[in-house]
Structure formats: structure tokens, C-alpha cells
Design a protein around this ligand. Structure first.
Ligand code: PMP
Length: 307
């Protein structure tokens, strides 16, 4: 689906018209994938749009930049205020938010150090990433023939743009084979994650997700779901998983900003079943939190009009 056109995009401190947010074709990040980004969502609440876990996402952007030796020429607070302003000026109830720090036009070559770091933030409404019916019926996943890259190949704990060629290859393979999403195994053959989602299973009443040492992204939704589970006294462990564990799980689900919480109904055609009770419970908590209906978790929301 094409990106809906909004009014403004934030580029290096300025609000520019949507159609004027352009860069030169010799922008080095376009050639070598040396850029870092975030995916964030703002949800409609009774108090206007609210950005879910805003600071956690912006902190991860700076962590990714730190690992890639990029110095972002703005503070986290400046980028957060720029994002809130963008949400206000574009006048929608809810948004997907995409900040990107990249190497600007000027230098070329594999050494990123001489290049100037530039930042852009764009926002637009974006519906259910894995389809609306995914929430109710669950999605079908396929173990990818592409392996999740190891942390010494590329820093898998970052949202570096180049990392996503790996995710996209897996996504293309899965979609062409008729599945909704891919699950990648790591170099050790254990379960890593989806192409843009962390993976959880429920087995004998225990929620299990691979630890970040398995080479998975420290998902903001993953961490929020872990908080919700602990607060609801649902047993949860971070432990390595085999594909066998996916095939034999009582429940399984993906978490991610774009996807949100999506039940997995089958992996490689081994049926797990319709969304189970724990998946539904966590999804219900999440939905209520992002709509601003859980005072206990209100600290997870940044209301764009209250600054
Ligand atoms: N894993 C990967 C590879 C991702 O790209 C994402 C999306 N950022 C996630 C997991 C989920 O992370 P989050 O919940 O922070 O969106």
C-alpha cells in the first residue's frame, strides 16, 4: 500500500513540505546501508494522539547510532519534541513514526566517519502491518532458509538499515511461498525472531521468548509485553528455543511496533491453533494501554498535545 501523503516531514530541524523532502542520489547511506532508524507508533486516545514508549525508541535510536559511530547532532529531547510537533501539524489521530539518521551527501566510500549525519522524521497513518484478520485468526509463519545474521557479522541489536536486507530476503521468501511472515533461526540453529517482530511461545502455561543473546533485537514491544506478563503474574522466562518448540507450542505470537501483538496460528504448516488465552490477555492489556485506558501504564504514553 502506498504511503499516504501528509503535509510535513521534519528534516534537519526544519518542517518541509512532504513533496520537497528529497535527498541527492549520491547520498552514501543509499549505497551502503549505513543509517539507523526507528519504528514508533502514536495511538488515538481520549487526550489526543499518544506516542507509545517514545523515549525507549529514541534511546534505542541513539544506541544504534553509537554502535555505528554516528553522532546524531540533536539531543533525544529535541528529536522527541520534533516528533510531537510533526504529529500535531499533520493533524491525524494515530501515526506510524519513522525517524532515520543517515550520512548526508558530500563524501563517498566505505569510511562513514567524514560524512555528515543528517536526520529526518516522517509520520503517517499505517494500519495493521500483518493484516487486520491476523489479530483474530492468527498468521501463518515459515522458518526461513535465510539465517539471522550473527552479532559479529553485523550488530543485530541495532536498527541499522543494512541489517534489514536480511529481514527483507526472509520476508520475500515467506510471502512468495504463501505465508504471512518468516521466522529466522540464528547461526546456532535456534529461534531468533521474525523479520520485524520478536517471537514468543506459551508452553505448559509458561511464556518463553529468546534472550537478546540469541541475536535478536531488544524489542520495545517485547519489553512492554514482558512487563505486562510479570505484572499479571503470568510465568515468563527468556530461554533459547528450537524450531521444535514452535511446532509444539500451545500458543505463539509476534510482538513489534508495526505488527503489535499478532497470534501465530501455524509454523511450517504445523498447526498451533487459534489465538490462545494468554495471547488474548496480553493483547487486551496492550490495546487498552495504548489507548490510554490503563492509568498504571500511562507513563508509557507521550501525549503529543500536552507539551
Ligand atoms: N525484531 C526486528 C528485527 C525488528 O525490526 C523489530 C521492529 N523494530 C522488532 C524485532 C520488534 O521491535 P519493537 O517492538 O521495538 O518494534
Amino acid at each position: 500500500m502506498p504511503i499516504p501523503r501528509m503535509s510535513k516531514i521534519w528534516m534537519d530541524g526544519e518542517l518541509v513540505d512532504w513533496d520537497d523532502a528529497r535527498i541527492h542520489v549520491l547520498t552514501p547511506s543509499l549505497h551502503y546501508g549505513w543509517a539507523v532508524f526507528e519504528g514508533i507508533r502514536a495511538y488515538a486516545t481520549d487526550r489526543g494522539p499518544a506516542i507509545f514508549q517514545h523515549r525507549a525508541h529514541i534511546e534505542r535510536l541513539f544506541t544504534s547510532a553509537q554502535v555505528l559511530t554516528m553522532e546524531i547532532p540533536y539531543s533525544p529531547d529535541e528529536l522527541m519534541e520534533a516528533t510531537r510537533e510533526l504529529c500535531r501539524v499533520n493533524g491525524q489521530d494515530s501515526y506510524y513514526i519513522r525517524p532515520l539518521a543517515y550520512l548526508g551527501y558530500g563524501e563517498m566510500g566505505l569510511n562513514p566517519i567524514p560524512s555528515q549525519v543528517r536526520v529526518m522524521i516522517a509520520v503517517w497513518p499505517w494500519g495493521a502491518y500483518l493484516g487486520d484478520e491476523g489479530f483474530t485468526t492468527g498468521v501463518r509463519a515459515k522458518i526461513s532458509s535465510w539465517q539471522r545474521m550473527s552479532p559479529n557479522v553485523i550488530p543485530t541489536g541495532t536498527k541499522a538499515s543494512g541489517v534489514y536486507v536480511n529481514s527483507s530476503l526472509a520476508k520475500v521468501e515467506a510471502v512468495r511461498a504463501g505465508y504471512d511472515e518468516a521466522i529466522l533461526l540464528n547461526a546456532q540453529g535456534r529461534v531468533a525472531e521474525g523479520t520485524g517482530e520478536n517471537v514468543f511461545i506459551v508452553s505448559d502455561g509458561v511464556i518463553v521468548t529468546p534472550p537478546t543473546t540469541e541475536g535478536v533485537l531488544r524489542g520495545v514491544t517485547r519489553e512492554a509485553v514482558m512487563d505486562f506478563a510479570r505484572d499479571a503474574d503470568l510465568p515468563l522466562v527468556e530461554a533459547p528455543l528450537l524450531r521444535h518448540d514452535l511446532y509444539t507450542a500451545d500458543e505463539a505470537f509476534f510482538t513489534g511496533t508495526a505488527a503489535e501483538i499478532v497470534p501465530i496460528r501455524a509454523v511450517d504448516d504445523r498447526v498451533i491453533g487459534p489465538p490462545g488465552p494468554i495471547t488474548k490477555q496480553l493483547r487486551a492489556i496492550f490495546t487498552s494501554v495504548v489507548r490510554g485506558r490503563e492509568p498504571k501504564y500511562d507513563h508509557m504514553l507521550d501525549y503529543v498535545t500536552q507539551h
